[in-house]
Design a protein around this ligand. Structure first.
Ligand SMILES: Cc1cc2nc3c(=O)[nH]c(=O)nc-3n(C[C@H](O)[C@H](O)[C@H](O)COP(=O)(O)OP(=O)(O)OC[C@H]3O[C@@H](n4cnc5c(N)ncnc54)[C@H](O)[C@@H]3O)c2cc1C
Length: 151
């Protein structure tokens, strides 16, 4: 939507877009070439027939961006629901689909800024405090809450 040219870009290099990498090739464990094909506009990114090309390469840096929080581990084990962008879905009190489990910052809103992480962290802390003061939580036996988290 916006093509910015920073000082680093002016130092050299070629930027190219709408390319899908199909494979890497190389020798003795070192990459030598990137093989790619050009693709059409979003959202379909359809492969353009006959547009295959190769690019010489001795180093490949993969910049995938933020792909959401790591799923295997805590999120899967607790069965926490994700939103359409693979972030942890919460209600307006920052509580996830699992009662007593809260999320804030990048995990909730996607890759963002420190100021958002701080602001959301504070609001989530207030929401956690309110939750812990509710009668239902206060009267719940400690052991059953611990067992629920452990299981
Ligand atoms: C390269 C880069 C540059 C950036 N530059 C800027 C910038 O210039 N300005 C700006 O405002 N923002 C910048 N950001 C974004 C900013 O860093 C994030 O938005 C912010 O750090 C999010 O804070 P957070 O607390 O939500 O998550 P995080 O800072 O990611 O903290 C999450 C913490 O949880 C821990 N954790 C993860 N899983 C578990 C688990 N299972 N158990 C216990 N702990 C766990 C992690 O180790 C981590 O310490 C940048 C981000 C990146 C990656």
């Amino acid at each position: 939507m916006q093509l910015r040219i920073e000082g680093a870009h002016e130092e050299g290099g070629v930027r190219d877009w709408s390319i899908a990498t199909t494979k890497f090739s190389g020798e003795s464990g070192s990459v030598k070439q990137l093989h790619a094909v050009r693709v059409g506009p979003p959202p379909k990114f359809e492969l353009i027939p006959g547009s295959d090309f190769t690019m010489e390469a001795d180093l490949v840096l993969i910049a995938m961006g933020f792909l959401g929080p790591v799923r295997n581990g805590m999120i899967e084990q607790l069965g926490i629901a994700l939103d359409q962008r693979s972030n942890v879905a919460t209600d307006h009190n920052y509580m996830s689909s699992v009662p007593g489990i809260f999320a804030a910052g990048d995990m909730r809103r996607g890759q963002s800024l420190v100021v958002w992480a701080i602001a959301e962290g504070r609001k989530a802390a207030t929401a956690v405090d309110s939750y812990l003061r509710t009668a239902a939580v206060r009267s719940a036996p400690l052991i059953s809450t611990a067992q629920q988290i452990a299981s």
